[in-house]
Write a protein that binds this ligand. Structure first.
Ligand SMILES: [Zn+2]
Length: 245
């Protein structure tokens, strides 16, 4: 079926604007954009999708997702155990197996996650990418996002087990930002920073202020939005206030 000229016919249209919902409404798509919304649209030659009894709505927006670890979902079991060798659970699994990821793993995981997003009605994802082990890993994730057709924020992070005493790979982030027209799929994918915060990968320790301030400064100098896990001991210690000053 062609997306050049498509009519979604007779659905319960959630317009999400002041016009309100349209029961029994039509949506006309032409050349990938919405050309018209209303009742009984007359579109000669359009491919018709019968939406009777269905909801027609804009795509959902996911605001925080680590697409890279989708491959590990079936391996971590449901135990909420803390990180540590052999302890099981989500955090330990990601920390242990994340260190063995190759770029191809990041690519496959991101493609799978993107397919799951599409299946769930999500058309925009925020890929909080915190197992970037080198530029090749970031490029692999970005290639998967580009190929998926999703709209995305790609927040460039650190890597599983990143030492607290080492800066994030700010040079790689700057390289990506400088070459963003090659990655951004004509504006469909935007770049950001997934900041590790003041706590870093080991919450029992802290990142030195000189380091995390340099990370924030780098993101700001590139004009990139910054997001962070505002939870746990670091948040209790005033992480958000630190970030905001
Ligand atoms: Zn998270």
């Amino acid at each position: 079926m062609s997306h050049q000229n498509m009519l979604i016919r007779g659905g319960y249209v959630l317009t999400m604007d002041a016009a309100g919902d349209i029961p029994g409404g039509d949506v006309h798509l032409r050349d990938g954009v919405i050309a018209a919304v209303g009742r009984n649209l007359d579109v000669p030659g359009a491919d018709v999708v019968d939406a009777a009894g269905k909801i027609v709505a804009p795509g959902l927006v996911d605001t925080h997702w680590h697409l890279w670890n989708t491959l590990l979902r079936g391996m971590s079991d449901g135990r909420p155990t803390p990180a540590g060798p052999g302890r099981g659970g989500y955090f330990a699994t990601c920390a242990e197996l994340g260190g063995h990821f190759l770029p191809g793993d990041s690519y496959a995981a991101t493609r799978l996650a993107a397919a799951e997003a599409t299946d769930a009605g999500i058309t925009t994802v925020h890929d909080w990418s915190h197992n970037i082990r080198g530029l090749d890993w970031a490029e692999a994730s970005l290639r998967a996002l580009r190929e998926s057709g999703l709209r995305a924020r790609f927040s460039f992070g650190y890597q599983a087990g990143h030492p607290n005493a080492r800066l994030m790979a700010l040079d790689d982030l700057a390289r990506l930002a400088a070459a963003w027209p090659d990655y951004g799929a004509d504006g469909r994918i935007r770049l950001g920073m997934a900041w590790r915060g003041t706590g870093g990968s080991n919450p029992a320790m802290r990142v030195a202020p000189a380091l995390y301030r340099e990370e924030i400064a780098a993101a700001r100098s590139l004009g990139l939005p910054v997001s962070v896990h505002a939870c746990g001991p670091a948040a209790a210690a005033g992480q958000v206030a630190t970030y905001a000053d």
